[in-house]
Each structure stands twice: as structure tokens, then as C-alpha cells.
Design a binder for this molecule. Structure first.
Ligand code: CTP
Ligand code: MG
Length: 389
């Protein structure tokens, strides 16, 4: 295994060694599929989506270590050096201990996470990492306020109400400073329901951060069906839209869609004014949920003054692919009196298709004399993009 990069200070132990008795399937729970993808793979997609670079330790059933490693490497891709897979124990606590035994040297904080919380988002992991880093030695748990009314029972009889205003339910990942967590695991013999309980039993404080409803634990067949519904609705394809308008400027050359148009007025703008490429970038960022061109490549940034717009497109594609999307197609429509695009449409489509790495269709229309575009003062480009995971 190649060594971990030095900047990796945080590890996450993903426990996936349970059998899933309550789910009642033949396979161990982490290998049961939600929408065609194993629970373990879903969980690791969240983990490898974190901004914080992590050592990722997967704890798998002893007989399935190789399969867990294959799943982990598939998700990790180029980051496979960050992945370690070990066999678990016969209780969750023993499985966590098996993961803690292979922490890399430079690690100074550790998260423990249930693979069964398959849909926990990457942002929750980053939230916990940040809270541990600033928590002064306390452990950190994600917590949700209780929604249901809570009763105390004796058998099947309600014997009292419980005030839920100071109660929360807690999730994973839970985070801790490395040295204190290892000392707590070494000192505590009895079984605890979660790592925070074990850490508290060793005398430490625990802080909460806001939890995520999506980080619910898949325990029962109902939970599995619920996860199926949620993945069905959120996975797969995303569309985005982008619009850009620029005023004509007779003193500059016209670049549109990365193609030069001689004898045409250019477009005024901080970069080269290529409204087609700017609209495409905004559509891609919009589909990926990554904001927009202005917030990503601020127009105040001197690096982009007079810049050829192809660099925005390349950087945008790197951002979009960096969060796991692939471009399906892009469509652009230009609303302008000039230039006339018909004669060069296929050239534009071919050039943009090559830049984007997916089919790009280009259409043009005029605004029937209406508004700034119709009066010939400027040009508008509108783009849509389709992305898939
Ligand atoms: N876990 C583990 N090793 C164990 C038991 C549990 O790594 N010996 C892991 C599970 O894989 C799961 C997490 O701990 O990701 C939370 O446990 P739970 O939801 O209870 O899973 P299971 O123990 O597999 O399910 P069940 O209790 O229904 O058998
Ligand atoms: Mg269990």
C-alpha cells in the first residue's frame, strides 16, 4: 500500500461487520443493495465526498474482507491509498476496536461511523471533523431533536410521560481526539451502545452538532424500503440552467462558443465576453449544485481579466467531475441579431462538444426587435446541462 499523504490528520472507521439480523436477509447488511448499490458503497460515497482528506478504515465481516476492499477501491478511485480494510469482531465495539488498531501514524482525530447509515451526507462528516478540531478534547455526536412523544412504560402499560424537550437522538459519525479515544477503549471493559457512551464512561465530555435526517440507520425492512425511495428520488440525473448577457463592443474581437468570428462586433466583459461559454459554465455548476461562475471565479480576480473563456470551462468541468458527476449533454440557445450562427453551427457544436466531452447542441433566434437583444445592443445565451452520477 502506498503511504498516506502527510496532510491526512483524521481517520474514519466505518463499521460494516454486523450481520443485520433485524433486516433478515441472507447476506450481511452492508452488502444488501439499495437501488442496485450496496449499503457499504453508499456509505463510502458519503465518506469519500468529504472535503477533509481521511484515512478510511472499513471493518468488514471476516469472510468478506476482499469484497469490501473491492467496493472501497471502486469508490476511492485515485484515493485508494487512503483505504484500509480489516476484519471485525462479534460485537460492534470489538469491530470498532479492530479498526482503531490500524490507525496510521499521523492521525490525531478519529471518527467512528456505521455503514448502516448509508445515506449520511459528506457535509455531516465535515461538520463532525470541524467540531472535534475545535472541541478541546470533547467527543462530538450528531444529534436530532426528538419528534415523537416519549412515554415510560411497565410492560404494555404507560406509567409516565417523559419531557422530551431536553432529549435528542444521536447518530454517527461520532468524532474524538485519537489519544483519548484509544485510552478510553483500552480502559473500558463493558459493552456500550455507542462510542460516545464509552468515551463518556472514561470521564470525557460530549458535544452535539446538528444531525441529518438522511443519516438514519438502516435497521429494519421498512428502513431499507425508505432508503430505496430516497435514493430513487435523489440519485441519478440532475439538470441545470445558465444565462449570460453581454453588450456589443465594436473595439474587441468576437469570440463565441470558443470560436472566432471575424468582422463582427465583440462582447464587452471582464474576460473575453464569451457569453455562450459563460452560460454553459453556469448551467454545469447549477446542475452540480456548486453555485455559479461569479461566486467560483470572481470577476474581481485579476487572473481572469481578459481571460480566454476556455479556462473557465476546464475549471468548471474539473469541479463538476470532482464531485462525481459526468456530463450527459449541454444545449445552448443564443438570442441575438448578430452574429448569424446558422452557417457555423456545426463547427460550434463540434468545438464545444470537444471542450465539454459530451454532445453540445447550439440554436439561435432573434428577439423580434424587442428588448436590448432585439434592438441590437447585446447578446444573450441560455444553456441547460444534464449531469449524471
Ligand atoms: N457492526 C459491526 N460489527 C458487529 C456488529 C455491528 O461492525 N459485530 C456494525 C454494523 O455493520 C452496522 C453498525 O455496526 O454498520 C450498527 O449496527 P447495527 O445497525 O446493529 O447492525 P447489525 O448488528 O448488523 O444489525 P442487527 O443488530 O439487526 O443484527
Ligand atoms: Mg446490531
Amino acid at each position: 500500500m502506498s503511504p498516506l499523504p502527510d496532510e491526512v490528520r483524521t481517520a474514519i472507521v466505518v463499521v460494516a461487520a454486523g450481520s443485520g439480523t433485524r433486516l433478515g436477509r441472507d447476506e450481511p447488511k452492508a452488502f444488501v443493495e439499495v437501488h442496485g448499490v450496496s449499503i457499504l458503497e453508499h456509505a463510502l460515497r458519503g465518506v469519500f465526498g468529504a472535503v477533509e482528506p481521511l484515512q478510511v478504515i472499513v471493518v468488514a465481516p471476516a469472510a468478506l474482507v476482499a469484497r469490501a476492499r473491492a467496493i472501497g477501491e471502486h469508490v476511492a478511485g485515485a484515493a485508494s491509498a487512503h483505504l484500509t480494510v480489516v476484519a471485525g469482531g462479534d460485537t460492534r465495539q470489538r469491530s470498532v476496536a479492530a479498526g482503531l488498531a490500524v490507525l496510521a501514524d499521523g492521525i490525531d482525530q478519529v471518527l467512528v461511523h456505521d455503514a448502516a447509515r448509508a445515506l449520511a451526507p459528506a457535509s455531516l462528516i465535515d461538520r463532525v471533523v470541524h467540531a472535534v478540531r475545535t472541541g478541546g478534547g470533547d467527543g462530538v455526536v450528531p444529534a436530532l431533536a426528538m419528534i415523537d412523544t416519549v412515554k415510560r412504560v411497565d410492560g404494555d402499560r404507560v406509567v409516565g410521560a417523559v419531557d422530551r424537550s431536553d432529549l435528542v437522538t444521536v447518530q454517527t459519525p461520532q468524532g474524538f481526539p485519537r489519544a483519548q479515544l484509544l485510552a478510553a477503549y483500552a480502559s473500558v471493559a463493558d459493552d456500550h451502545t455507542d462510542d460516545a457512551a464509552l468515551y463518556a464512561a472514561a470521564g470525557h465530555g460530549i458535544l452535539t452538532v446538528p444531525g441529518e435526517p438522511l443519516a438514519f440507520k438502516i435497521t429494519t425492512p421498512w428502513d431499507l424500503a425508505r432508503a430505496e425511495r430516497l435514493v430513487d428520488a435523489s440519485d441519478g440525473i440532475r439538470t441545470g440552467i445558465g444565462v449570460d448577457a453581454h453588450r456589443y463592443d465594436e473595439t474587441v474581437p468576437l469570440w463565441l462558443g470558443g470560436v472566432y468570428f471575424p468582422d463582427e462586433p465583440g462582447l464587452d466583459g471582464h474576460s473575453d465576453g464569451d457569453a455562450v461559454i459563460h452560460a454553459i459554465c453556469d448551467a454545469l455548476l447549477s446542475a452540480a449544485g456548486l453555485g455559479d461562475l461569479g461566486s467560483r471565479f470572481g470577476s474581481a480576480d485579476p487572473r481572469y481579466a481578459g481571460a480566454e473563456s476556455g479556462i473557465f470551462l476546464r475549471e468548471t468541468l474539473a469541479l463538476v467531475e470532482g464531485v462525481g458527476f459526468r456530463v450527459g449533454n449541454v444545449a445552448v440557445q443564443v438570442v441575438a441579431n448578430r452574429p448569424r450562427l446558422a452557417a457555423r453551427r456545426s463547427e460550434l457544436e463540434a468545438h464545444l462538444g470537444e471542450l465539454v466531452g459530451a454532445p453540445v447542441s447550439v440554436a439561435a433566434t432573434t428577439a423580434d426587435g424587442l428588448g436590448f437583444s432585439g434592438r441590437g445592443e447585446g447578446l444573450v445565451a441560455i444553456a441547460t446541462a444534464l449531469l449524471s452520477r
